[in-house]
Design a protein around this ligand. Structure first.
Ligand SMILES: [Zn+2]
Length: 458
């Protein structure tokens, strides 16, 4: 198949040029930018003129809910939603039922993904048994079964001794520990950012320091152990500054940010028309104000000042990558009192469109944004940082993720950066319709997605 004449952006090759790409046998077979002659045809031609062509997006952080919560999402529906969002590799968190804390659950997820997944699924094993924070999970056997990282995401690993030991094991396996940074005492009963809005609503707030303290602890444990630690969904200006300093000191610390923490503020909890940082409300949104449970997420949506710090961190390399934290929920998990509502946002299908608002307002360059969705997360997965992945480890993450280099898997996305659309969660392929972006106008759309050369969307 020949993708002809698109603007090919591939940060792994520092490529940004109008070019054509040949996909063959599930791999990238040729790129006109190389100057080599095109292999002889015939080829099926897909016109990509006017579109942007990039490697398939790689998501380090999502919740596919299977096994155990199939009413919220399944691996089949979640990966189809991922494909619609341009993602061809997604890393699935361990807070399933049973928890992914031993080999059998990892193997189950991989088997379902192979049979029913639209895109590549890479499992993340739990750090502690049952996510209970009391004893380490079966990390060695899960590493052997093919997990690409360890995380108790949804909860922090609050016990510093356990976290230290987890990092020592992670180091041994060459795999990063991903931590959801939340101090349990400082955030007890908290449902949103502690600030002017929580004060006005009389809602228990989660102060920024409730996140920052755990970021600092993880950085110091990384210094102590030498292990790779990856900070999940960084949301505070203070956290950005700490990660910046850690990197300047050469520590193996990486970080991600979500699309919603870059585009929405805590005012979004007040409902329709509120809290949009650079997005435009089109039609009326669904939720009566105030207390929009759809805007409830952990860590919470924060302030404009935090968004500015996060953008500075993205641009200067402090924040390595963007991850969706796609967290689908059933309607009843959100149709309730604010303090009873589940945390999380169904994010796969709005991620690219909402992130493009940052490009359109000049806050980030498109090639840099694409790198944060492709090359950077792939590098974290493949351990190209300080610790190399031991040879032979995890055949599930083949070399060549997040790149369009010749020989890489033909994971490719066609994007229309100028296409305008209105978010309608009822049309999501995800079972999770829980989006605080209902009715919001986005400019930027995923036109088609190829995973291993197979068209999985568009
Ligand atoms: Zn989390």
């Amino acid at each position: 198949m020949l993708l002809r004449g698109g603007r090919v952006i591939d940060p792994s090759q520092r490529l940004d040029a109008v070019a054509s790409l040949l996909l063959s046998g599930g791999r990238v077979a040729w790129c006109s930018a190389s100057g080599d002659p095109m292999p002889a045809g015939p080829h099926d031609v897909v016109e990509a003129a006017g579109l942007v062509v990039t490697p398939g997006f790689v998501d380090l952080h999502c919740h596919l809910r299977e096994p155990g919560y199939e009413h919220k999402e399944t691996i089949a529906t979640g990966t189809r939603a991922a494909a619609a969002g341009g993602f061809t590799t997604v890393c699935a968190m361990a807070n399933t039922r049973p928890v992914m804390d031993e080999r059998s659950v990892v193997e189950l997820v991989l088997r379902i993904a192979r049979e029913r997944g639209a895109v590549r699924v890479l499992p993340i094993g739990a750090v502690t048994r049952g996510l209970e924070g009391k004893a380490l999970a079966a990390m060695a056997e899960m590493a052997d079964a093919g997990v690409v990282a360890f995380s108790d995401d949804g909860q922090p690993v609050w016990d510093a001794v356990l976290m230290r030991h987890a990092m020592e094991y992670g180091l041994m396996f060459g795999l990063p520990i991903i931590d959801h940074c939340q101090d349990p005492a400082l955030t007890k009963g908290a449902t949103m950012h502690e600030g002017s809005v929580s004060a006005r609503l009389g809602v228990r707030g989660w102060p920024a320091v409730g996140e920052d303290i755990m970021v600092a602890r993880n950085i110091e444990l990384s210094r102590l152990t030498g292990a790779r630690v990856h900070i999940a969904h960084l949301s505070t200006a203070g956290g950005v500054e700490m990660v910046r300093r850690a990197k300047a000191e050469g520590l193996p610390v990486t970080a991600e940010v979500t699309p919603h923490h870059l585009t929405l503020t805590h005012e979004r909890v007040l409902g329709c028309g509120h809290g949009l940082a650079g997005l435009t409300q089109g039609e009326a949104c669904g939720s009566p104000e105030p207390y929009d449970t759809l805007a409830r997420v952990a860590p919470p949506l924060r302030t404009i000042g935090d968004i500015e710090a996060l953008m500075a961190g993205l641009n200067d390399g402090t924040i390595d990558c963007i991850a969706t934290d796609h967290a689908p929920h059933a309607l009843e998990d959100k149709l309730c009192e604010f303090d009873q509502a589940a945390n999380g946002i169904s994010c796969f299908e709005t991620a690219f469109g909402s992130l493009m608002s940052l490009v359109h307002r000049g806050a980030i360059d498109l090639p840099l944004l694409i790198g944060k969705l492709t090359l950077a997360p792939a590098e974290i997965l493949l351990g190209s940082g300080k610790q190399e992945r031991p040879a032979g480890r995890s055949p599930l993450a083949p070399d060549g993720l997040g790149t369009l280099a010749v020989g890489a898997p033909a994971d490719v996305v066609l994007l229309d950066p100028g296409a305008e659309w209105t978010v309608d969660p009822d049309k999501f392929l995800s079972k999770g319709k829980n989006s605080p972006l209902k009715g919001v106008r986005l400019k930027g759309r995923v036109v088609a997605t190829y995973a291993g050369g197979v068209r999985v969307h568009g």
